[in-house]
Design a protein around this ligand. Structure first.
Ligand SMILES: NC(=O)c1ccc[n+]([C@@H]2O[C@H](COP(=O)([O-])OP(=O)(O)OC[C@H]3O[C@@H](n4cnc5c(N)ncnc54)[C@H](OP(=O)(O)O)[C@@H]3O)[C@@H](O)[C@H]2O)c1
Length: 288
């Protein structure tokens, strides 16, 4: 695939980094080189060589979005900017690849199909739902709805590996259930959609495997690390956030139906095998 006509937005984030690895000839920008919340900057950008916009940029601080400053940023980056990109895609006849989240649902249905109606709980979730609507306005769009992303950056697995290194036995929520999505899986899906010219629309993407709670995932992380000496105590989301009323509400059920993306011929790896590879890589990096 000729990736030199791809534009990766948010190239320094978790997904953006993985996209750049897979598409090394793509044009890359981040907030310091192209602020997508500025319609003027977007209009001045040279789109003549671009055929596909890969939008990996987002305001992803779920609790930060509940503050007055964060709310503004989240709406600008996750909703308004996606509307601007959608307009650009239409006027320049480009394909827009955008990334969404299970947070657009309240987590009461299990699992989530692509056509479930929006029911976002917190501000981040509401802005992402608005972004989905904005992205879907341009006809050549792929929206990948994903959950619990793990790549190069701050994420849950790194946090738990860090706690293990400090010999901390944590309390972890056991009533939020879903599947991890390693960034390579998301990139595989994006490549598949573009390569196979599958119909435009929304596609759920996560790793495959038995859905698990954050507490169960933590036990698996400690097992891979060989830290059976550490205990994971189950707690509920309500108890965990009891002293943090400013925290965003979280959906309890994040599991996504994966039939539509699998019907394109894409094979999905079990999250447990990618987790093991990810932790082994982290350990190798520590020893370099
Ligand atoms: N992380 C998850 O668990 C998760 C779960 C479900 C869905 N998702 C979705 O998956 C996508 C990728 O997430 P991620 O984890 O890779 O995010 P991330 O690591 O937080 O990266 C987001 C990137 O967006 C850039 N960005 C922010 N504001 C920008 C602006 N105004 N103009 C241009 N770039 C801007 C950031 O750059 P700066 O750092 O310079 O601001 C950063 O490089 C997002 O759409 C997210 O909503 C994530």
């Amino acid at each position: 695939m000729d990736d030199s006509h791809f534009l990766i937005i948010g190239a320094k984030g978790q997904l953006g980094t993985a996209l750049h690895e897979r598409f090394p000839s793509a044009v890359t920008v981040d907030s310091d080189t192209l602020d997508i919340t500025s319609q003027e900057s977007l209009q001045q950008f040279d789109w003549s060589n671009i055929t596909v916009i890969l939008n990996a940029a987002a305001y992803t601080n779920v609790d930060g979005a509940e503050t007055s400053e964060g709310r503004l940023s989240a709406w600008n980056i996750n909703a308004s900017a996606v509307g601007y990109l959608s307009e650009i895609a239409t006027s320049h006849n480009l394909t827009l690849v955008h990334v969404s989240t299970d947070y657009v649902f309240d987590g009461t249905k299990e699992p989530h199909a692509e056509d479930e109606p929006f029911s976002p709980l917190g501000v981040y979730a509401q802005t992402k739902a608005a972004g989905d609507i904005a992205a879907s306005i341009t006809s050549k769009h792929y929206i990948l709805r994903t959950s619990w992303v793990i790549g190069e950056g701050n994420n849950f697995v790194r946090t738990m590996v860090g706690l293990a290194a400090k010999n901390i036995s944590p309390s972890v929520v056991s009533d939020q259930v879903g599947r991890l999505t390693f960034t390579a899986t998301l990139v595989d899906a994006i490549e598949q959609l573009l390569k196979m010219n599958v119909p435009f629309g929304t596609y759920n993407v996560s790793n495959e495997g038995e859905p698990a709670s954050w507490a169960a995932i933590t036990r698996r992380i400690f097992q891979v690390l060989g830290r059976d000496d550490l205990q994971v105590t189950d707690t509920t989301t309500a108890d965990y956030f009891a002293n943090r009323p400013e925290a965003a509400p979280r959906p309890l059920q994040s599991t996504l139906v994966l039939d539509k993306i699998k019907a394109t011929g894409l094979g999905l790896r079990d999250w447990t095998s990618d987790l093991e590879i990810y932790i082994r890589n982290e350990q190798t990096k520590e020893h370099v």
